[in-house]
Design a protein around this ligand. Structure first.
Ligand SMILES: [Zn+2]
Length: 86
C-alpha cells in the first residue's frame, strides 16, 4: 500500500518509543526524513534538564524577614495569652 504517508501522530509515537521504522518509511524518503526529524526532536527533549521542583514558599524560613523589624514576629504561631488562668 504505497498510498498514504505516515501520520504525524504515528511518526511521533515511533520516535518517542524507539520503535523500528515502519515498512513504509523504508521506501519513502519523505517519511524517513520526517521520522528522522521527529527522533531528533525527541532526543532534544530528553536531554533537557528536569524542571525545578516547585517549592511552596515557607513562611517561617527564619533568618532574614523584613517584617520582623516592625516588631511582628514572622513565626508567631504560639499564642501567649490563650491559656485560661485557673
Ligand atoms: Zn511516506
Amino acid at each position: 500500500m504505497p498510498s498514504k504517508h505516515l501520520s504525524p501522530d504515528l511518526l511521533a509515537s515511533i520516535a518517542a518509543t524507539d520503535a523500528v521504522d515502519p515498512a513504509h518509511a523504508a521506501g519513502c524518503d519523505a517519511c524517513r526524513a520526517d521520522l528522522d526529524a521527529m527522533r531528533r526532536l525527541v532526543a532534544g527533549l530528553r536531554v533537557l534538564p528536569d524542571p525545578p521542583a516547585r517549592r511552596s514558599p515557607s513562611r517561617c524560613s527564619g533568618s532574614t524577614t523584613p517584617i520582623s523589624r516592625s516588631g511582628l514576629a514572622p513565626c508567631s504561631s504560639t499564642p501567649a495569652a490563650q491559656v485560661a488562668p485557673g
